[in-house]
Design a protein around this ligand. Structure first.
Ligand SMILES: *Cc1c(COP(=O)(O)O)cnc(C)c1O
Length: 283
């Protein structure tokens, strides 16, 4: 069951209006929210970001937070997600249906769509880590908006995969930004380094949690730009996102990072993250 513009629709029978601006222009914003044991994790943070991103693109949200939570919880219920299930909830808001023209229409009604999909935690990869490729960050200059327009992210991921790597690490003129759909952290001499949350990266909810866990446990965090040389000389690398959590990155362009094993600080943060989600209040 999906939620599409006020209606509940069976999977496979949903339709998109050809002049929905989400479809024509990628004109809208979205969220991917974790469902642990059948319930929503970090709902408040995701919804606050959805409203912020909508505002950034001048899209008037017509739903209250309470209405969105009700729809999200109904999605879990109607899809029979139980306390045995880990899943993701996807929600997007497009600017709605209007005759195709670039100008923002005065009167279009935003279209909300949501679905749930079972998704196990990537526990095997947490132990092994992923390979990566350095790729030019060809995305736009408002990466702080979780925009439906993801062609840049699609292409950089594919460039990495075509080279036999599992994800892309992006850089702009040598300054490392993030991964294709996740934030990037380097560990050097026991401290964390990550790009500041400005317009060059998406401010991940998981990134914020990792930073907080690190600071609360005596690991220094430097939110400052670093270059590809620093990246290659790092003691450890990992990425963070809703679906990947704290994911080690063990190589870049075929070159091992340090000894090519999952590092001690990464393992420590994985353990702290585990404790954190055990204790988290889910809705
Ligand atoms: C969604 C996303 C992230 C991770 O954000 P989370 O809130 O942790 O899931 C990082 N980078 C980009 C480009 C993203 O789209």
């Amino acid at each position: 069951m999906l939620y599409v513009d006020g209606k509940w629709v069976e999977s496979g029978s949903a339709a998109v209006d050809p002049e929905d601006r989400g479809y024509n222009f990628g004109d809208g914003v979205y969220e991917v929210i974790r469902v642990y044991k059948g319930k929503l994790y970090q709902w408040d943070g995701h919804i606050a970001r959805l409203y912020r991103c909508a505002k950034e693109i001048k899209l008037d949200m017509t739903w209250t937070e309470k209405e969105l939570l009700d729809i999200a919880q109904q999605l879990l219920e109607k899809n029979k997600i139980t306390s045995n299930d880990d899943a993701i909830l996807y929600m997007q808001v497009s600017r709605g249906i209007s005759p195709r023209a670039h100008d923002i229409p005065g009167s279009s009604k935003p279209v909300l769509m949501g679905f749930v999909r079972l998704k196990d935690r990537p526990l095997a990869d947490h132990k092994k880590g992923l390979s990566t490729k350095l790729v030019d960050d060809i995305r736009w200059l408002r990466c702080d908006i979780k925009s439906l327009s993801l062609l840049g992210a699609v292409l950089v991921k594919q460039y990495a995969k075509d080279a036999g790597a599992q994800d892309a690490i992006l850089h702009r003129d040598g300054i490392v930004t993030e991964c294709s759909a996740a934030n990037l952290f380097a560990v050097k001499n026991g401290a964390l380094y990550t790009h500041p949350a400005n317009n060059m990266i998406l401010r991940g909810i998981t990134r914020e949690i990792v930073i907080e866990l690190a600071k609360n446990n005596g690991i220094a965090v430097h939110e400052e730009p670093f270059d590809t040389n620093f990246l290659m000389q790092a003691d450890e690398l990992f990425l963070s996102s809703t679906t990947a959590e704290v994911m080690p990155l063990i190589s870049v362009d075929g070159q091992a990072i340090a000894d090519g094993q999952v590092g001690a600080v990464t393992k420590k943060l994985q353990a702290l993250f585990e404790q954190h989600i055990e204790a988290a209040v889910l809705v």
